[in-house]
Each structure stands twice: as C-alpha cells, then as structure tokens.
Design a protein around this ligand. Structure first.
Ligand code: CO8
Length: 374
C-alpha cells in the first residue's frame, strides 16, 4: 500500500505592526473631511461625490475585523499619503515578500522537523507577487539553499489551497519528495485606504506548510490529505486592474480600479451558496457528513460569511472551537486565512479526527482539502 500524502508542518509569520479599527477610521475620517473641504465646489456642483465617513463599529459588525497586521505602518495613517511607505530595495537584497516568506518557511520547517536539504520543491502562492521574474519562489529557494525547483502561482484567495493541491499531486505522483508551500500575503500596497467600503478589509501575513509522504514525516502533528477539490467560476465582482500592461494603457496608476475593489454584497450572496455546495459534495465523496468534521478551517474574509456557511452545513451555529475565527486580529489575509486558522487550531485534534480546510473568494475560486489526523 502506498504511503499517504500528509501535511507534516505549518508556519506563520506576522508583521510587528498592527492597526486597530479606531486608528484606521480616525485617519480615514480626517482624510475624508480634508477631501470634502478641498473639493467643496466640485461636490456642490455635483461633479464629485463627497467621501462618506467610516465607523469602527460598522467594521466590526459587518466583518468581524478589529485589527490587522501591516508590513509597514508608516504612510497608511498619513492623510496626505494613505498608502504604506515601502522603500524599494536594491536588486542585490532580499525582496520584501521573499523575506516574509522565509520567516514563515523556517517556522514550518521547524514544526515538520525538516531541514532545507529535505525539500525539493518550493511553491510561493499568494494573491500578488511583487514582480513577475525571477520568481519569488526561486529567490526563496536560493536563500534557503534548497535543491530542486520552485515556482510562483497566483489564485487570489485560493492560492494557498490550490498550491497545496499541486503539492499533494506531486507527492502522490512521486515527482517530489517534500514540497514547501508558502503564502507571503503582502496585501497592504493594494488596499485603497481612501475607500470607506474596503479600507478595513485586509492585513499582511505569511504562512507556510510542508507536504510529503507519511513514511518520511517525523513531526508530532501529521495530517493525511484524504482528498482535494477545486472549482472556479469567472466573476468581475472582486477585481484589480493593476498589471504589467498598465504602463502601456496610459492610465493613472493610482486610479481606484488599479487597486482592490469589489461588489461586497454580491460576493457575499454568490460565494456562500457556492461554498456550501462545494464542501457538501466534497464530504459526500468520502461518505462523510458535517457531523463527522471536528474542525472547520474556513477562509477568513468575513465572520458573517463563515457563520452562514457553517450554519448551512451544520444546521446550527458552530462553536469557535469547531470553526475558529482569526479575522478579529488578522483581518482578511487573502489566501493565508484558512492556513492561519489551521496553524493556530490543530494541535488538540486526536488521531482519526477529520478537519476541512477551505478557501473561497476572488475568481471566484473555491479550494478544499479533507484532512485526517494520523
Ligand atoms: N463605515 C460605515 N459604513 C459603511 C462602511 C464603513 N467602513 N462601509 C460601508 N458602509 C455602509 C455602506 O455604504 C452601506 O450604506 P447604505 O446602506 O447607506 O448604502 C451600508 O454600510 C451597508 O453596506 P454593505 O451592504 O456593503 O455592507 P455589508 O454588510 O455587505 O458589509 C462587506 C460589507 C464587509 C464588504 C461584506 O459585504 C463582505 O465582506 N462581503 C464579502 C466580501 C468578500 O468576501 N470578498 C472577498 C474578498 S477578496 C479576497 O479575499 C482576496 C482578494 C485578493 C486580495 C486582495 C488584497 C488587497
């Protein structure tokens, strides 16, 4: 019998700086007041819409977010800047995202009792990479001294789960012996801090996981990947138009459409039923039902989405132990959210317990893995 494919370690790195809802709202409201004052004439003439005020209470109630980590805090709360001030690093220095990735990778290697020599594939999977080439994954591979190959992949909210799927397939096919999947989610440069509807949503973080065969795994907490399931369906409701063609388009690189923007209500309404159907079908593949799942490591975009999805699946409000929420301190960290939930809440599970890891969001994309503690 072939040895199962397992997750043998996980890693997390969070920046040293965080911003509370109150701090963020204070800066945004001061910016909005200044904008409305400076553009009084255009607003009165109906040429511009006034900037509405934000509220910390609304943010917590609508999203579950109380605070978020940011890679660089300077600039974000400066009402004359409203974006992080991240100095460009020279080409002979480690890039920002590679540095974030390496912190999380080292934590994952330690938890899996592995050294870089044990790894032969590195995947950097996240919502954005700070450049197209050379791949961040190859930079990380070089910095860690890993032999083999490495590549980047982008699937927005589902980058982490889709990369774990690829890692699972490589191990199952015997084309890799141990895969390091890393998610350096540096979201803050793409957040429109001047937009009341979205200024609060995202945070920066990096996560990592090690995927290998059970017979090489040597850690305390090993999870068999029983199976994977993915689906995508095209939607313009979550979008950023920033890209390498922007320069040739002769458009304003600071324009709102070049940053993250969404139709949040529509996303909520369309993604929740998709996620419920996807997860139900995935569990049914193993003749499992929701009652058989001890832990739900769900995507962390909005607490009300998670409540709705888990209530539909379980027929009741899940406890925080059953479906952990990390949104309050981390906010939406794109593809890393469900991995943070796993990292923080997996050690108490017993041998034979089943957990479900699932991402859902931009694309639309949904990716799930059914995991069993060995
Ligand atoms: N303060 C006060 N009032 C506000 C604020 C605010 N900050 N924001 C909106 N309001 C107002 C609205 O203007 C509206 O007023 P009115 O009724 O007068 O028009 C009212 O509050 C209600 O607004 P909404 O209906 O929009 O409020 P919701 O309850 O729907 O909450 C959410 C808004 C939180 C955005 C919610 O719709 C949501 O979370 N939807 C799901 C979104 C989602 O999951 N998106 C996926 C995110 S994408 C992703 O995860 C990865 C993408 C890639 C990474 C990008 C990194 C940058």
């Amino acid at each position: 019998m072939t040895s199962p494919v397992v997750i043998s370690g996980s890693g997390l790195w969070k920046p040293a700086h965080s911003i509370s809802n109150e701090e963020l709202v204070m800066a945004y409201n001061a910016y909005a007041d200044q904008f409305n004052h400076q553009h009084l004439k255009e607003i009165e003439d109906g040429e511009l819409k006034p900037k509405p005020l934000s509220s910390a209470e609304f943010i917590e109630k609508a999203s579950g977010i109380k605070s978020r980590y940011v890679y660089v805090k300077e600039g974000v709360l400066d009402i004359d800047r409203m974006r992080p001030d991240i100095p460009e690093r020279p080409e002979n220095e480690l890039s920002d995202q590679a540095e974030m990735a390496i912190y999380a990778a080292k934590d994952a290697l330690k938890s899996a009792n592995k050294t870089p020599e044990d790894i032969d594939v590195v995947i950097v999977a996240c919502a954005y990479t700070q450049r197209s080439y050379p791949a961040l994954a190859i930079e990380v591979q070089g910095a860690l001294g890993i032999k083999g190959f490495a590549f980047d992949m982008l699937v927005a909210c589902s980058a982490a789960t889709f990369a774990l799927h690829r890692a699972y397939e490589m191990i199952a096919a015997g084309t890799a012996k141990a895969v390091l999947v890393i998610n350096p989610e540096l979201t803050s440069p793409q957040v429109n801090y001047c937009d009341r509807d979205s200024h609060f949503i995202f945070g920066d973080v990096a996560t990592a996981m090690i995927v290998e065969n059970a017979d090489t795994a040597a850690s305390e907490h090993i999870f068999e990947i029983m199976s994977t399931k993915a689906v995508t369906q095209y939607s313009n409701n979550i979008r950023s138009n920033f890209g390498y063609v922007s320069r040739a388009n002769d458009t304003d690189p600071f324009a709102e459409d070049k940053l993250f923007h969404q139709e949040g209500r529509k996303v909520f309404k369309e993604v929740c039923p998709m996620a419920v159907e996807h997860i139900s079908e995935h569990l049914a593949r193993h003749e499992l039902s929701s009652e058989n799942v001890s832990r739900w490591w769900l995507h962390q975009a909005n607490i009300n989405m998670n409540t709705l999805i888990s209530r539909k699946l379980l027929g009741k409000q899940p406890t925080l132990e059953e479906a952990p929420i990390v949104l309050d301190t981390y906010a939406n960290t794109a593809s890393a959210g469900s991995i943070i939930a796993f990292y923080l809440y997996h050690k108490d599970l017993q041998s034979g317990d089943i957990g479900l890891l699932c991402s859902f969001g931009a694309g639309y994309s949904i990716g799930s893995l059914i995991l069993k503690k060995l």
